[in-house]
Design a protein around this ligand. Structure first.
Ligand SMILES: [Zn+2]
Length: 177
């Protein structure tokens, strides 16, 4: 654990925790983000999932809820930041890592920088809206006062396939109607 130790988190929350016997750490957390993304698809939402990790624990996990919440800001990344902020004594969500199935957009990358997340890991690029490498480099811009480590391509094919299948199915339904 980091200095953000377990004491500050509610004891009744069943945290998922990585340990070395679980294999590759980044893949372990990305799989949980993929599970969240699958839940989004079941709800008719674009399948994007995210988990926030502190030490080796998932302290928040969620998925895109934009349609159901009728909220343009209800992206998976925003939702995990909001729920993690309940645990943190400050607006800074320090010593934490964000795992998302898709490259964060400008809103989410901005929020990740504002919350001082240390590391952002994502599965696949979003050439139409990504703000980490695709359209902007918001997490690695020397003009901004926060830069964090970014890693891309963890379980890339699975993350990309989940999105592709969702849009294929949606197109098929639209053709049939
Ligand atoms: Zn976003």
């Amino acid at each position: 654990m980091t200095r953000r130790d377990a004491a500050m988190f509610p004891p009744d929350v069943p945290f998922v925790e990585w340990s070395p016997e679980d294999g590759d750490r980044d893949e372990f957390f990305m799989r949980r983000a993929l599970v969240e993304a699958a839940l989004a698809a079941e709800e008719g939402e674009v399948p994007i999932g995210a988990v926030l990790v502190c030490g080796n624990r998932i302290v928040a996990s969620d998925h895109n809820r934009r349609e159901r919440a009728c909220d343009p800001t209800a992206h998976a990344e925003m939702l995990v930041l909001r729920s993690a902020s309940n645990f943190f004594p400050s607006w800074r969500i320090e010593d934490s890592e964000l795992f998302a199935t898709l490259e964060p957009c400008a809103m989410c990358a901005g929020a990740l920088a504002q919350s001082r997340v240390n590391r952002v890991v994502y599965g696949t690029r979003d050439p139409k809206g990504g703000a980490v490498v695709s359209l902007y480099s918001l997490l690695d811009d020397p003009r901004l006062n926060w830069r964090c480590e970014t890693v891309e391509g963890i379980l890339r094919d699975e993350c990309a396939n989940q999105l592709r299948q969702f849009f294929q199915a949606r197109r098929k339904r639209a053709d049939l109607s």
